[in-house]
Ligand binder design. Sequence first.
Ligand code: M6R
Length: 369
Amino acid sequence: EKGGYDYFMLKEIAEQPKAVADTLLGRIDAAGSLTLDEVRIPPGVLREVDKVVIVACGTAFHAGLIAKYAIEHWTRIPCEVELASEFRYRDPILDPQTLVIAISQSGETMDTLMALRHAREQGSKVLAICNTNGSTIPRESDAVLYTHAGPEVAVASTKAFLTQLVACYLVALYLGQVRGTKWGDEIRAVVRDLSQISGEVERVLGTMEPVRELARTLAHKNTVLFLGRHVGYPVALEGALKLKELAYMHAEGFAAGELKHGPIALIEEDLPVVVVVPSPRGRSVLHDKIVSNIQEIRARGARTIVIAEEGDEAVVPYADHLVRIPVTPTLLQPLVATVPLQVFACELATARGNEVDQPRNLAKSVTVE
Ligand code: M6R
């Protein structure tokens, strides 16, 4: 049932192009409009929404962090993202104009379920983004947008994450469509790019051998750091989480701009630092800033592992290892940038002799608070 792969995780990483395509299927019409009939919250109610709050745990929380950039940019609705386990206990401000989005692969995560129950008690509408048909979280929500990743068996989430991102983009674009936004042209272009993105994910998968080789050479290391900016920051957090749960290594993700406020003190000779580089096109100020961050850490001895777009030449002089990803719109980059980090963690776990599909101390679905 592993389809010829040694681990479910490898199979699930390879299934990502299909999972992404399936999650888009039937949701964008020929004219490039979104047809999210499942979102049964009436357009009138969505037009009144004045705040979006996303609640989730672990990898799903990282999808939520990325969704915030998309939702705020395309809809101009303020969006907060909170760990479900923290949300309920701080008396959050919620009302019927708040749209709460609960993201969960399993649909059974107790922390997320308790957060959504709390939100509904305050009169907020809850939209679930979920991969498991008929599970508790969608049953208790006002509406559900299912991700079509298919069953995810490995404890470490991979294809579910990519489909959660797709679902989040669809919701953000749909909110933009329902409410009308000044980004109409950009939204149309993004919808076009999104409908082609599964081919780009496939292309990344075809270039992963050097990442596997690199991972094997780092199996004896104790620490790996991950840096990113903008949507690359949650990608860095996700890369670090994968490494913790699979390789049992100390891994931390940072916003690259925070380096100088403390973490740069951690940099020492030959410390592997993975940097997710934003596109040099578009918001190029982000790109320039991260190039100086790479220079700074390299000058202090870090071994830089740079994930950058094809054609980005500015990073070449500072990259000890360069991983190329396809050119994508800034907000969609996490769909391609996360893949090398999954492969990296999986290979490191294997090289360290760890149980890839069933890491120690972890369960696939966490049904206790
Ligand atoms: O089923 P859920 O999406 O609600 O699960 C949330 C987290 O427990 C989950 O993403 C966890 O962090 C994964 N093991 C990460 O790979």
